[in-house]
Design a protein around this ligand. Structure first.
Ligand code: HEM
Length: 463
């Protein structure tokens, strides 16, 4: 058997192991096996799987790769997945799945409404909401962190930001749970999932179309839909279908990911009580200024021991350089958030399509093939993060691609960081003697947006 066949065989074997629900609580040993194998072409799924940090980061910026995954899947399917009476906006791709120049144009228009100021203005609201949620949760002897905090917070925040009526929030729960299966990367047309997510997509588009029509009739001053309706870049505006598709993207991306940041963060802290105690006793305030365009500035931080340090630089191009935000055993919630994004990230992979024949290391992929970038495996690459399997918010530098890199760097990163920081900080300070009821907790099926379905915590009251 040749070397190439050997690695292809083990590549397929590892894909099988990753897809196995038994791997969901701890996929990291499988990722280590992928890294040992290096980039690998897996013929059976027509995909090049890339697990190393430097390869992933380079490829996220490589113009030979396209984000237009829908073209790849459209070519593979026999029929249109949507019913004839679906609103036309359902066929308008998200800008997440577009390339320049269309992606650049849409991203610029959306960024002009979804700014750093918009996010900064949310902080008092987010803080109040977290306090209320924890007050309510702590009334019971045990509570589920997912339904009580991690899911409800980002869902309520994104609905508030967009101006979706609170009474309708529950509708999104079902729809977006169906949609997120589509983001699993390894699922393909014809695997039985398609009808499910296409149905959720159509329902959600119908709803948002109506909401937009309503805002056109009676614009408001205080929600993002109205701001996006008014968004201008020179003479350019968002078309109706572009606006609806963008709102669907913001709603799904706005909570299906942040839920995992908060829940994975709480889980990591409960499994590492020393860090939980350090966070509880540490600095309450932000030490990172992150701007709405994803660019971040370092802000000087006065430590509890009086030392001043310029702590964190998180660059919008995805080069996350986080220096330690810790002195004298104190940990900030910012540092915990960055370490969770590395150690147990909300998004495990992303995919691109090769525009031309591609070689990565010893592996080759033909033009048109899928390239699967295993971000969660890359974060544990010892070449960039020493002792990568250790959860350590005090590490000197954190390298992660949790928000991707390059032109598609997460537009919502400042909001996600804000929600993660406020939620984890409040959990550490306000929930006394928290303990996990089940370890490992149950996990959802998703491979990509991987996270727990329930995280039950017992506690000794509210602080
Ligand atoms: C893109 C992660 C929260 C909106 C992305 C990408 C990643 C990501 C990995 C890029 C995928 C790729 O390169 O193919 C996350 C994580 C989050 C989070 C881990 C929470 C912890 C949010 C929030 C919003 C948001 C709260 C909005 C309210 C977006 C948008 C894009 C995006 C609009 C598309 C950007 C583009 O294509 O230019 N996110 N995200 N995300 N995210 Fe997030």
């Amino acid at each position: 058997m040749s070397m190439a066949t050997d690695s292809a065989t083990s590549g397929l074997h590892l894909v099988g192991k990753l897809l196995d629900p038994a791997s969901r609580p701890d996929p990291y040993p499988v990722y280590a096996e992928f890294r040992a194998l290096g980039p690998v072409w897996v013929e059976e799924i027509s995909a090049l799987v890339v697990p190393g940090y430097r390869d992933c980061e380079t490829l996220l910026r490589d113009h030979r790769l396209s984000s237009e995954r829908w073209r790849h899947f459209d070519a593979a399917r026999d029929a249109d997945p949507y019913p004839p009476d679906a609103p036309p906006s359902v066929r308008q791709p998200w800008f997440l799945s577009m390339d320049a120049p269309d992606h650049t144009r849409l991203r610029r228009l959306v960024s002009s409404a979804f700014t750093a100021r918009t996010v900064a203005r949310m902080e008092p609201y987010v803080t109040r909401l977290v306090d209320d949620l924890l007050d309510e949760a702590c009334e019971q002897d045990t509570f589920d962190v997912v339904s009580g905090l991690a899911y409800t917070l980002p869902m309520t925040v994104i609905c508030h930001l967009l101006g979706v009526p609170t009474a309708d929030e529950r509708l999104f729960h079902g729809w977006s749970a169906q949609l997120t299966r589509q983001l699993d990367g390894f699922s393909a047309p014809g695997d039985g999932e398609e009808e499910l997510w296409a149905g959720g997509m159509v329902e959600m588009h119908r709803y948002i179309n109506e909401l937009v029509a309503d805002r056109r009739r009676s614009p408001r001053r205080d929600d993002l839909i109205s701001e996006l309706l008014a968004a201008r870049d020179g003479g350019d505006v968002l078309s109706h279908d572009e606006l609806v598709s963008t709102l669907v993207l913001l709603l799904v991306a706005g909570h299906e990911t942040t839920v995992n940041l908060i829940a994975n963060g709480v889980l990591a802290l409960l499994r590492h009580p020393g860090h939980l105690a350090a966070l509880r006793d540490g600095q309450p305030k932000a030490s990172v200024l992150v701007q709405g365009d994803g660019q971040a500035k370092a802000s000087p931080l006065v430590q509890g021991d009086g030392q001043v340090k310029t702590p964190t630089v998180v660059r919008g191009d995805g080069q996350a350089r986080t220096s330690a935000v810790v002195r004298g055993g104190r940990v900030t919630a910012d540092a915990v958030v960055e370490e969770v994004l590395r150690y147990d990230p909300p998004v495990h992979l992303t995919a691109r399509v090769a525009r031309e024949d591609l070689r990565v290391g010893d592996a080759q992929a033909p033009a048109g093939a899928l390239v699967i970038l295993l971000l969660a495996a890359a974060h544990r690459d010892p070449e960039v993060n020493p002792d990568p399997d250790r959860f350590d918010p005090a590490r000197e530098q954190v390298w992660h691609l949790g928000f991707s890199a390059g032109p598609h760097f997460c537009l919502g990163a400042p909001l996600a960081r804000l929600e993660g920081r406020v939620a984890l900080d409040a959990f550490a300070r306000r929930v006394r003697e928290p303990r996990l009821v089940a370890d490992p907790p149950p996990y959802r099926e998703h491979i990509n947006l991987r996270g727990v379905s329930e995280l039950r915590v017992a506690h000794g009251g509210r602080g």
